[in-house]
Write a protein of this length. Structure first.
Length: 392
């Protein structure tokens, strides 16, 4: 049994060795030559392509002529009208609302009394203080006379110095009481003045939160004051446009209430903080509103003139190659031999579609506007399309 098993094992090993030998021979004389041939053909193909690139291969491009055109860039935004100045109204003292003289949206002039508190308690306190002050004044007068009489007696030697000093202290104490009464009267007069609320400027009540007869504290929010001589159109600007918008820029404002009218404004402020889910900064446009037609809360469409230049050299933005150190280039076509030349240009302003170029090219020159990354000096090109300027 063991002899049979040993013989089978030897045959199996022999077959395995024969198979390995056949595989080695096939790899050496069949597979390897095929791989070498394929690699050789690949290298020849690459060499041919490189030779063709260095020879007459042309890069297909689209072109456009450099032209002059009035160049503008406008930022379109949606926002709302706000009061030129808005702040909360509160009384500095507690009390009961006696009168509310203006309703929500009702206009008033600077100095107008907006509302007042019940003054009865304040006036009673003032009368009580005045009576106390008069009583104290009488005590001072009596003490003064007493001092004068005692001074005569003291000079005659009829009374000791301690008696004289005590009378003088009585006069001094009465004088302090009189001064305290005067200060209390002044304090109540100040409270009386604070019981009336006056308008600090022309405007109107934006919102009103109290009614006549309502008791309030010094922390109760009464309402809001809105200045309407001028208003503001507020909107959000994204980070990408923050470098373009500046204070002093002109803006056109449109509201649904006056669909055929344009309101002019000036960018007054730009919030220094970018926030919110939309990652925007708030921009405020100041608008004259002497006629009072623009009301806080109105929906507004705002067009800000970011850039204006008459008769500017205009090229497509995609035609400009930007390199290190703020270098910008375009590729100018040489029509005689259909090659391009790399020319440095000075870019004054860039929109997403077109750019204003100050120098480097002239009107009428033809520049490449596609395949910019594949071009260099003296590259041969094939013009597949010539486009015209469509500037808005």
């Amino acid at each position: 049994m063991s002899k049979v098993t040993s013989g089978k094992l030897r045959k199996l090993v022999t077959l395995m060795l024969v198979a390995i030998g056949v595989f080695i021979l096939l790899n050496k004389f069949v597979f390897e030559p095929r791989k070498q041939k394929a690699e050789s053909e690949r290298l020849k193909q690459e060499a041919a392509e490189q030779q063709e690139e260095g020879g007459d291969k042309k890069v297909p491009i689209k072109v456009m002529d450099v032209v002059r055109h009035d160049f503008v860039d406008v930022l379109d935004a949606l926002g709302s009208i706000k009061g030129g100045m808005e702040f909360k109204l509160t009384f500095p003292i507690p009390g009961t609302i006696k009168a509310v003289n203006y309703k929500e949206g009702e206009k008033y002039e600077k100095g107008a009394m907006l509302m007042s508190l019940d003054e009865e308690d304040i006036i009673l306190r003032m009368k009580r203080v005045e009576a106390q002050m008069n009583k104290t004044q009488t005590a001072v007068d009596i003490a003064q006379q007493k001092v004068e009489e005692h001074e005569k007696l003291f000079k005659m030697g009829a009374i000791p110095k301690t008696t004289m000093d005590r009378v003088r202290l009585e006069l001094e104490s009465a004088s302090y009481d009189l001064e305290a009464a005067k200060l209390e009267l002044q304090a109540n007069e100040s409270v009386l003045e604070k019981s009336n609320m006056y308008a600090v400027s022309d405007g109107m009540i934006g919102e009103l939160y109290v009614e006549e007869g309502e008791t309030i504290t010094a922390n109760t929010l009464i309402g809001t004051h809105i200045l309407t001589e001028f208003v503001k159109a507020e909107f959000g600007v994204i980070e990408r446009d923050m470098g373009k918008i500046k204070t002093g820029l002109e803006a056109n404002i449109f509201v649904d209430a006056y669909p055929n009218e344009i309101f002019k404004g000036i960018v007054e402020s730009i919030a220094p903080v970018v926030g919110g889910v939309s990652r925007t900064a708030t921009v405020s446009v100041k608008i004259d509103n002497q006629d009072g037609r623009l009301l806080p809360g109105m929906f507004a469409r705002i067009n800000v003139d970011l850039y204006k230049q008459k008769d500017a050299l205009v090229v497509p933005t995609e035609a400009i190659l930007n390199e290190a150190e703020d270098k910008s280039y375009v590729f100018v076509l040489n029509p005689e031999n259909n090659t391009v030349k790399k020319v440095e240009v000075k870019v004054a302003y860039t929109r997403t579609d077109y750019s204003h170029v100050e120098s480097g090219v002239d009107v009428g020159q033809t520049i490449a506007i596609t395949s910019i990354a594949n071009l260099k000096d003296e590259t041969k090109v094939e013009i597949i399309e010539k486009q015209t300027l469509e500037f808005e």
